[in-house]
Design a protein around this ligand. Structure first.
Ligand code: UD1
Ligand code: UDP
Length: 355
């Protein structure tokens, strides 16, 4: 079986790492890197740290408006698919690289496997929602990380090819947890477990809107703790454009590699984020999470009390942090995202479908 994997953005490298390893045991995989993310700390570091095979094709598309970026990727992926004629095209999540990979494959009648299928925010203003809905409706195999994702697809009439596998991000975390624990966070002196909060912000809806970004940063200033903020390049640029300054208690650092990131998560008293992946990782580490969005795709973290949706309003964010500090943590719901075998199950489903 020959599989072409299309990657482009940071979370996709992390999702691909365990799956690529499982796939290559018995099958041929070639990787296309669209170049959506290109800084060393947003791309290369993950290939090096996680042992992801070097991409066979690098499209070098870079940052552009959605249409131009997706269009250039579509052209580039199509050329590769015409040459390689794979049995499957594998795409992950909900970025522009995901949609471009799926669309290129669909036009050439090559079956698509979508990892992290069925997630919905029901907010079509998000570019990710558009990407994931379209990709799901093009896919022949839809690998769902949660029961909720399976139900979301059923509501849209998608039942064929739907497989509940658990989440490859949980595979990655379980697999790399021990390696991460051996790391030292010397750059973060004074580093002491539970002495800081960890924050990430990068969503378009939060960074492009100056009032939302200012609301979040004001909330950080109101929280009486050190907040470590590995800063996404998008946010760095927009903080400058909107002339928003960073409060004294916020320690801005460059984006970090995966092993450092999961160690930072594990050691945090609480996590503040608008990232999809980081919300799940907070739960996996049993660290409470305040999500600075109006909705989440990872509803089970909220339903079980381990995550609170706080939007981008200063007061709500501060209050959500205080609530966690004041009250005991809820009982821990085991295995929301599987037991670390999602990659193996995905490979088995690909093999079975092909027979
Ligand atoms: C993208 C995804 C988002 C995902 C995120 C993961 C889309 C529509 N969005 O958002 O779903 O959560 O990746 O991190 O696909 N930049 C750099 N260096 C880089 C990459 C980006 O400086 O290596 C800056 C550029 O100014 C660029 C901006 O970040 O314009 C946004 O990058 P882009 O890939 O368009 O979207 P993300 O916000 O990263
Ligand atoms: N991450 C990382 N370094 C960072 C910030 C995040 O390795 O500086 C990891 C994080 O642990 C998670 C993934 O990147 O595995 C999440 O990606 P991101 O927040 O960029 O995107 P999203 O999940 O929201 O699409």
């Amino acid at each position: 079986m020959k599989v072409i994997t299309v990657l482009g953005a940071r979370p996709q490298f992390i999702k691909a790492a365990p799956l690529s390893e499982a796939l290559r045991q018995d099958h041929e995989e070639k990787i296309i890197h669209t170049g959506q993310h290109y800084d060393y700390q947003m791309s290369d570091v993950f290939f090096e740290e996680l042992g992801i095979p070097k991409p066979d094709y690098f499209l070098g598309v870079g940052s552009k408006h959605h249409g131009a970026q997706t269009g250039e990727m579509l052209t580039g992926v199509e050329e590769v698919l015409l040459q390689e004629k794979p049995d499957w095209v594998l795409v992950f999540g909900d970025t522009n690289s995901t949609l471009a990979g799926a669309l290129a494959a669909a036009k050439l009648h090559i079956p698509i496997a979508h990892v992290e299928a069925g997630l919905r925010s029901y907010n079509r203003q998000m570019p990710e929602e558009v990407n994931r809905v379209l990709t799901d409706h093009l896919a022949a195999l839809l690998f769902c990380p949660t029961d909720q994702a399976v139900q979301n697809l059923a509501r849209e009439g998608l039942r064929q090819g739907v497989v509940r596998t658990g989440d490859v991000m949980a595979d990655a975390l379980y697999y790399h947890a021990r390696r991460a624990a051996e790391r030292r966070l010397d750059d973060l002196a004074p580093y002491q477990e539970k002495s800081y909060l960890l924050a990430t912000v990068h969503r378009a809806e939060n960074t492009d809107d100056p009032s939302r970004l200012a609301g979040i940063i004001k909330a950080f200033a109101r929280i009486d703790s050190r907040i470590v903020l590995p800063l996404h390049p998008r946010t760095k640029k927009l903080l400058g454009d909107h002339k928003i300054s960073i409060p004294e208690n916020v320690q801005v650092i460059d984006p970090v590699g995966y092993l450092e990131m999961i160690l930072l998560e594990k050691g945090a008293e609480l996590i503040l984020t608008d990232s999809g992946g980081v919300q799940k990782e907070a739960y996996l580490w049993r660290v409470p999470c305040v999500t600075m969005r109006d909705e989440t795709e990872w509803v089970e973290t909220v339903q079980t009390g381990w995550n609170t949706l706080a939007g981008a309003e200063t007061e709500r964010i501060v209050k959500a942090v205080e609530q966690y500090r004041r009250n005991p943590l809820p009982p821990y719901p085991e295995n929301l995202y599987g037991s670390g075998r999602a990659s193996a199950e995905i490979v088995a489903a690909l093999e079975q479908k092909r027979r």
